[in-house]
Ligand binder design. Structure first.
Ligand SMILES: *[C@@H]1O[C@H](CO)[C@@H](O)[C@H](O)[C@H]1NC(C)=O
Ligand SMILES: *[C@@H]1O[C@H](CO)[C@@H](O)[C@H](O)[C@H]1NC(C)=O
Ligand SMILES: *[C@@H]1O[C@H](CO)[C@@H](O)[C@H](O)[C@H]1NC(C)=O
Ligand SMILES: *[C@@H]1O[C@H](CO)[C@@H](O)[C@H](O)[C@H]1NC(C)=O
Ligand SMILES: *[C@@H]1O[C@H](CO)[C@@H](O)[C@H](O)[C@H]1NC(C)=O
Ligand SMILES: *[C@@H]1O[C@H](CO)[C@@H](O)[C@H](O)[C@H]1NC(C)=O
Ligand SMILES: *[C@@H]1O[C@H](CO)[C@@H](O)[C@H](O)[C@H]1NC(C)=O
Length: 557
């Protein structure tokens, strides 16, 4: 009888809560530089995809420096004016351990120009004006990630896969992996290192054990993430040493021209072997960061292979392009450049002037984010104007690698999440169709890797206890985009009508989703709350009040 009652109670709870979207809140822990969300084998935070029940409903998902993580606020466009997002108790302390000159200026300008009154930000949303669509969001399963994951308890591995790939997590649909080794491996490597001088690649007949381990992990990731299709993007960092002019993994060196066809066959072999594992590759690039082996070799001390655009155009037109297009892997997309923004659009223009048909082999253009603070996003617009039909992806980003930054992770650092918010917003406002972040997880030092190249990641593993993982603010910053922008969401025009001071740390980007609803991602980098007066071309005015140092995804029909 007692158990019947309990059972009845339990059913009531399930039925009642079943109607609402379920949220398992972040287990917030204060750490050295701010707060992280802790997951262990038995607990991790998730948010079911919010559903809009009717046309006047508005849902705001918020994260804040003070401790909100994907907090859901629901209201109605007509009733509540403004809809207020309540923060956790605000403390007026802001110590950025990694201050940048213009952060300081921002702080001063905010106080000079706006005193401390709440400012009203007027944002117009014009759904009629549409731009590019969304294709993918994801991160990289590097050798370092694969190595760290295998030592975690299975439940914790699953929480990581679910957190990234499931719709209740941040709904990634893509993963980047290196063909051979990258800088985030335990040692540099390539297929067919032995025998040397072997143009027939006689020893490249099966996947390396390191890749077989990744194959197992990708299978599990697909299952846990409930993905029908996982879009895998491959890129090679370097050919085996014997194919290169310098016979070394790093430094100034490029592919010997007698091995151009061998190097194309090497790519095809990898595609075939991955397909035989039932994990076909969706896209490849022409090679990771080709300028590392040309001009950046004095600062880059890890595996790389140099290309000049004119040489790469010849290889693409004569070897890689025809090899892929005339094979059973002909549908695999090919992306060009895969290097920093400052190479746009000149890299492609030089390729075209060397071989006028080379661009016809490219389905897309790939860019990395590392020097975005110094090179304007208009460079991406120029590439888009030259080639409006090519997909543009940001294929690598991480923070903490610069000599003026703390090398490695900063647990809880909100300002690093801010940097991601600004970067994703900026690229998406400039024709970028999707984004692949770098390592999915790293250890407390920001490794492991042979190159001593220590950086931050959205999730940090406690490699000491192996019983906890820490979701950084960066994880939620990315999630404010990836979770709420399914493929085929189309960017719509959004404009801040009263931007005011150039130092204002406020930005917005908007999308119309495949179900017709609108998703606006709003960033408030100020130490002040902000009132937002939205004016949607189809809905009219919507008013919001947002807390200081906060990120939001606003959803309505
Ligand atoms: C896992 O985290 C939950 C939530 O904080 C906690 O209740 C539980 O005790 C933790 N489990 C272990 C084994 O630490
Ligand atoms: C911003 O200004 C506040 C108050 O004037 C100060 O306490 C804080 O340290 C400043 N932050 C930075 C990053 O300069
Ligand atoms: C083939 O590659 C494997 C693994 O790298 C190596 O152990 C073996 O010696 C190679 N075979 C030849 C004939 O070089
Ligand atoms: C491309 O270049 C080839 C030889 O370099 C030339 O014959 C051809 O006319 C060019 N095609 C176009 C469209 O410019
Ligand atoms: C999305 O954008 C890509 C690249 O611009 C384009 O090829 C594709 O047709 C677009 N898809 C939709 C559904 O608009
Ligand atoms: C990792 O776990 C160990 C053992 O529980 C603990 O002492 C250490 O503080 C944890 N590391 C972090 C970064 O929390
Ligand atoms: C909202 O935008 C429309 C045009 O889309 C304009 O006519 C109207 O005046 C705007 N309303 C406000 C309050 O700015």
């Amino acid at each position: 009888m007692k158990s019947f009652l309990l059972c009845f109670l339990f059913m009531l709870i399930v039925i009642c809560t079943g109607a609402l979207e379920k949220q398992l809140p972040c287990d917030l822990r204060e750490t050295e530089h701010g707060s992280v969300c802790v997951c262990n084998s038995t607990y991790c935070d998730y948010l079911e995809q919010p559903q809009l029940t009717d046309n006047s409903q508005i849902v705001v998902i918020s994260s804040s420096k003070n401790g909100l993580r994907f907090k859901k606020t629901t209201g109605y466009i007509s009733e509540e004016n403004p809809l207020t997002v309540d923060d956790i108790q605000f403390t007026d302390e802001d110590v950025d351990p990694e201050p940048r000159a213009w952060f300081q200026l921002t702080n001063i300008s905010q106080r000079l120009f706006f005193n401390t009154n709440t400012k009203t930000l007027r944002i117009s949303v014009r759904r009629e004006q549409q731009f590019q669509n969304i294709s993918i969001f994801g991160g990289a399963l590097t050798g370092a990630v694969s190595y760290l994951l295998k030592d975690l308890p299975e439940e914790l591995q699953d929480h990581k896969y679910r957190s990234y790939y499931h719709p209740d997590g941040i709904a990634y649909n893509s993963v980047r992996m290196s063909i051979g080794g990258s800088d985030f491996d335990l040692e540099p490597w390539a297929y067919n290192e032995w025998p040397r001088d072997d143009p027939k690649l006689t020893n490249f007949t099966s996947l390396d054990p390191r890749d077989l381990q990744k194959v197992e992990q990708l299978r599990r990731l697909k299952t846990v993430g409930q993905l029908d299709e996982l879009k895998i993007m491959g890129a090679a960092w370097s050919a085996p040493r014997w194919m290169k002019t310098n016979n070394r993994w790093t430094g100034f060196g490029h592919l010997k021209s007698e091995y151009y066809q061998t190097w194309a066959n090497y790519h095809l072999k990898f595609l075939e072997l991955m397909r035989s594992e039932n994990l076909p590759i969706w896209a490849i690039s022409t090679g990771n960061e080709p300028l590392n082996g040309v001009i950046a070799f004095f600062i880059v001390h890890f595996i790389c292979m140099g290309w000049r655009p004119s040489q790469q155009a010849i290889w693409l037109s004569d070897n890689l392009g025809p090899t892929i297009r005339n094979s059973a892997e002909s549908k695999v997309l090919i992306f060009g450049d895969d290097d920093q923004r400052y190479t746009f659009p000149s890299w492609f223009r030089e390729m075209r002037s060397a071989r006028n048909d080379s661009m016809s082999y490219l389905d897309g253009l790939a860019v990395h984010w590392y020097f975005d603070d110094f090179f304007a996003p208009e460079l991406i617009d120029m590439a888009h104007t030259d080639m409006p039909n090519k997909m543009i992806l940001n294929t690598e980003s991480c923070i903490g690698e610069k000599f003026w930054q703390t090398r490695g992770p900063m647990l809880g650092a909100w300002h690093r999440g801010d940097a991601y918010m600004r970067a994703y917003t900026q690229d998406l406002r400039h024709y970028v169709n999707g984004w692949l972040d770098w390592n999915l997880v790293l250890d407390e030092q920001g490794g492991p890797n042979y190159a001593k190249n220590f950086v931050d990641a959205p999730i940090i593993v406690n490699a000491t206890s192996r019983s906890e993982i820490y979701k950084q603010p960066i994880f939620y910053a990315i999630g404010h985009f990836s979770k709420f922008l399914p493929p085929h969401s189309v960017r719509i025009e959004t404009r801040i009508e009263n931007q005011g001071s150039p130092f204002t740390q406020l930005s917005v980007v908007g999308f119309q989703r495949p179900d017709g609803s609108v998703a606006l991602i709003i960033y408030n980098g100020q130490n002040l709350p902000v009132d937002v007066a939205l004016n949607d071309s189809q809905r009219g005015p919507i008013n919001l009040r947002l807390p200081p140092r906060s990120w939001h995804t606003v959803l309505y029909k």
